[in-house]
Design a binder for this molecule. Structure first.
Ligand code: ATP
Ligand code: MG
Length: 599
């Protein structure tokens, strides 16, 4: 596991890079101490000067699988730490006891690693943290706020609390509990902690300003009662901090320098700062304290990224699971065949801005093609097989069973001075060809097989079509042709006969049967859930077609997750789960060029 080195090409700048560069130039975080692990002001004071020039974090809630939007956040946070000599923490934001599961924790660790990022520092120390490890400090900070008269226990009903918050045009009104004494608040909060109150009976609220134009500052709740077992702390707590209170504290204890999140949290920033400013006044957190910066979330066309909607696609059986190759989850993208390199390149190319925009799914596919073009071995496959018989085979080669050895480069661009690696296969009397490569009555301009026409079998011989056989319903069952002697590819006579087309084929004797899963866009609409649209009504009927195909023998050695360019059809991957050498399964990642732009 290692974070890929920043390549040498200069990165286009963005507002986050500018902020970090300005901080580094000013020495905003210079001389900061790091206590060796997360902790309060005293803990870090006892540490030594932090060798990490900046600290960022990726803070997923372990309540689902990560998707392509999270990949952007991962690339931003880990990428900035890497580029500026910092460290990025992987932090599980597991403050909500009910929704979190180990399965998700494991999947997130795996996904971040697979993308190529690392939360270890130069000394091998792993910066992987759990927000629930900070419950003690969060509680202590809450009592501190109460003691300063900055928090109170509110026992209004949830409805009353909502009604008294006001709205954008009306200021809120004070709760009848707002004026309680510090002693009473402290005693009542401890009763909450000790399990004396039922769920919903009370919350702890910050005491800020019920008339604030920012509704988030109208005495937000910071602790609530939940008699629920937590995966890390068990039954130790029956009160849990609210996300907006917990998050700044998590950042402060981990001594994060730049806390980067998506724009939905912009309105929360004043409360983020309020919490940290108060704790700073109490000397509770290390300085300088973290600052929050927001960027626009990724919206990708032809997918949905809401966890709820993705879960519905899985639970309803519409898709086969979280790793269905049509899912925009990281496990789904991986199984579809996307490479970590292509996803990182995609995140790099879309950049970081504050502007709301939709990114075209075709860009992700373009990144994959750019990554695989030079390194994916080529192979021939026949997806819609029709048998071709070379009727003069025995006459020319002396035996109907004769096999001609053929070869083609496995990779198109050999390194200078090196012979290209070759793939070998055989041509015999019978081969599989694509059904669409034969036309009994060719349309105008058709250059492939029709009676009287000559084409090249790629890497093999020029052949001349002589006719076909049909079944009782008139379907073509066999194409007939003759070999043109002396025209084998790679021999001096190869160019003696000019043809207008070369077709792909697989030998009947050495071809392997394979299941090829032809994936395409999951939705027919580029923005399936925008503007209140019913995304379920926009599912594409063509997102998966399964072909029983024939593939060339070089694919017999394919390992799961090996990627190939199937000539003329696009990029394919041996399925991570279902592929077996004796029962090959390939997924189409994407076609050879963008066929969507012009549709
Ligand atoms: P939830 O609704 O469950 O909170 P979430 O998508 O916000 O869902 P988190 O686990 O909280 O999931 O997200 C972890 C991090 O990923 C957050 O910092 C969040 O801002 C970021 N993130 C989530 N979705 C996107 C997106 N589409 N683009 C960029 N970043 C995202
Ligand atoms: Mg979230």
């Amino acid at each position: 596991m290692s974070t890929p080195a920043a390549n040498d090409t200069p990165k286009p700048t963005n507002f986050l890079r500018q902020i970090i560069e300005a901080d580094l130039a000013r020495g905003t975080h210079a001389g900061r101490r790091w206590g060796g692990s997360p902790g309060d002001a005293e803990h870090h004071r006892q540490g030594s000067v932090d060798t990490a020039r900046i600290r960022t974090r990726f803070p997923p809630e372990p309540n689902g699988y990560l998707h392509v939007g999270h990949a952007k956040s991962i690339c931003v946070n880990f990428g900035l730490a890497r580029d500026y000599g910092g460290i990025c923490h992987l932090r599980f934001d597991d403050t909500n006891p009910e929704k979190e599961e180990q399965e998700y924790v494991d999947a997130i660790v795996e996904a971040v690693r697979w993308l190529g990022f690392d939360w270890r520092d130069a000394d091998g120390h792993e910066h992987l943290y759990y927000a629930s490890d900070y419950f003690d400090f969060m509680y202590r900070a809450a009592e501190y706020l109460i003691e300063r008269g900055l928090a109170y226990v509110d026992e209004q009903s949830a409805e009353a609390m909502r009604a008294s918050r006001g709205d954008f045009t009306t200021p809120g009104t004070d709760s009848p509990w707002r004026g309680r004494s510090i002693e009473e608040n402290l005693a009542r909060f401890r009763e909450m902690r000790d399990g004396k109150l039922p769920e919903g009976a009370a919350v702890l609220r910050a005491k800020i300003d019920m008339a604030s134009p920012n509704i988030n500052l109208r005495d937000p709740a910071i602790y609530r009662i939940k008699h629920a077992e937590h995966h890390n702390t068990g039954n130790r707590w029956c009160i849990y901090p609210m996300y907006t209170y917990a998050h700044p504290i998590e950042d402060a204890l981990e001594h994060i320098t730049h806390s980067i999140c998506t724009l939905e949290f912009e309105d929360q920033r004043p409360f983020y700062d309020w919490v940290l400013d108060r704790l700073k006044e109490g000397g509770l957190i290390a300085q300088p304290q973290p600052r929050q910066y927001e960027f626009a979330r990724l919206n990708l066309t032809y997918v949905v990224t809401s966890k709820r909607k993705l879960k519905h696609l899985v639970d309803s059986g519409t898709l086969s699971g979280w790793d269905d190759p049509r899912m925009p989850t990281i496990v789904g993208l991986r199984r579809r065949g996307f490479t970590p390199e292509s996803i990182r390149d995609f995140c790099e190319r879309i950049g970081v801005t504050k502007d709301y925009a939709w990114i075209d799914y075709a860009l992700l596919e373009a990144c994959l093609r750019d990554d695989l073009e030079a390194r994916a071995p080529r192979a021939m496959v026949v997806l819609d097989p029709l048998k071709l018989e070379l009727t003069n085979w025995a006459e020319i080669f002396g035996s109907a069973d004769h096999l001609e050895q053929c070869e083609l480069p496995a990779l198109p661009h050999a390194r200078e001075g090196e012979a290209p690696p070759l793939r070998r296969f055989t041509l015999g009397r019978e081969t599989w060809i694509e059904r669409e490569d034969f036309a009994e009555n060719p349309p105008k301009g058709y250059k492939r097989l029709f009676p009287g026409n000559r084409v090249r079998l790629k890497g093999g011989y020029v052949i001349e079509c002589t006719g076909c056989e049909k079944d009782a319903d008139g379907n073509v069952t066999r194409v007939l042709a003759t070999v043109v002697e002396g025209t084998k590819s790679g021999t001096p006579g190869a160019d003696s006969v000019k043809v207008k087309a070369a077709i792909t084929w697989v030998g009947v004797q050495d071809g392997l049967q394979a299941e090829v899963r032809l994936y395409d866009r999951l939705f027919t609409d580029p923005q399936p859930d925008a503007g209140g649209k019913d995304y379920l009504a926009l599912l594409s009927p063509d997102s998966l077609k399964v072909a029983t195909a024939w593939v060339e023998p070089s694919l017999a050695k394919a390992q799961p997750e090996a990627r190939f360019q199937f000539e003329r059809f696009g990029y394919f991957v041996a399925d991570q789960r279902d592929h077996r050498p004796e029962r090959p399964v390939f997924n189409r990642i994407t076609g050879l060029k963008d066929s969507w732009g012009g549709r």
